[in-house]
Design a protein around this ligand. Structure first.
Ligand SMILES: Nc1ncnc2c1ncn2[C@@H]1O[C@H](COP(=O)(O)OP(=O)(O)OP(=O)(O)O)[C@@H](O)[C@H]1O
Ligand SMILES: Nc1ccn([C@@H]2O[C@H](COP(=O)(O)O)[C@@H](O)[C@H]2O)c(=O)n1
Length: 227
């Protein structure tokens, strides 16, 4: 039957990493939906902490102050893809340019990453998860049964994000988006603690000329190979 996909008893972990706007969350959500798995957006966790740092006027250059704030901050991702910090719904707030501009600095702190990784690993203990981020295959779930590294040219990624903003009636400038993506990728790749990197055993998928459905189907076929 077209579009059908067998959901077997064996629950696995699927790690999806890659640079900014490569399509990770879009395909991760669809793969999770097809498999009846839980989707965990680890970027939303770093964004939530960044939002709190900005809201509480914490000195973001002070790693200890940021870590202390994280320890007092409960971050919840629900099944509707809503995000809460200490019971405050911040789903939209974590996508603002202010948060996006500062998140890679916050995510560069080794002690912050250690605490986030512990939380993320707890969320994945029952398997049946699709987790996306930058270090899922290399650090958070190194034993994930399926590891994917999504890439696309920076022009294509900026174009997709620009079109998304236009559709949502948000202010948007293609050149600025491209510069922001390049800057974030550089910071995420060059940091010392768990930098953005393809795991040795991850399958790289270049999505530049692929549709969302193509990418989802490629990942589902990798899952079927495990079963
Ligand atoms: N293969 C694809 N073809 C066309 N558009 C795509 C494809 N994959 C994703 N998109 C679109 O590109 C945009 C960025 O995708 P998405 O937000 O999933 O990226 P991301 O990797 O999760 O980004 P970030 O790391 O910044 O959170 C979205 O508008 C999405 O619909
Ligand atoms: N596993 C991860 C996930 C995210 N980050 C940092 O958060 C930023 C925002 O992530 P998005 O996926 O929401 O764009 C990202 O640029 C990284 O700085 C991370 O370090 N590790």
């Amino acid at each position: 039957m077209k579009g059908a996909f067998s959901v077997t008893e064996k629950k696995i972990a699927i790690a999806i990493d890659g640079p900014a706007a490569a399509g990770k969350s879009t395909v991760a959500k669809k793969v999770a939906e097809k498999l009846h798995y839980v989707y965990i957006d680890t970027g939303a966790m770093y964004r939530s902490l960044t939002y709190k740092v900005l809201q509480d006027n914490i000195d973001m250059k002070d790693e200890n102050a940021v870590l202390n704030l994280l320890k007092k901050t409960n971050i919840l991702l629900d099944q509707h893809f809503d995000v809460y910090v200490n019971n405050e719904k911040i789903t939209a707030e974590i996508r603002t340019s202010d948060v996006t501009d500062h998140v890679s600095l916050i995510a560069s702190y080794p002690s912050v990453r250690e605490e986030m990784v512990t939380r993320q690993q707890k969320l994945a203990t029952d398997r049946g998860v699709v987790m996306d981020g930058r270090d899922i295959g290399t650090r958070v779930l190194p034993d994930a049964e399926v590891k994917v590294f999504l890439i696309a040219s920076v022009e294509e990624r900026a174009k997709r994000r620009h079109e998304e903003n236009v559709t949502k009636h948000l202010p948007s400038n293609f050149e600025q988006i491209k510069l922001d993506i390049e800057k974030r990728d550089r910071m995420d790749t060059e940091r010392t603690a768990s930098p953005l990197k393809k795991a040795d055993d991850a399958i790289e998928i270049d999505t530049t000329s692929l549709s969302i459905e193509d990418v989802v189907n490629k990942i589902l076929s990798l899952v079927q190979e495990v079963e």
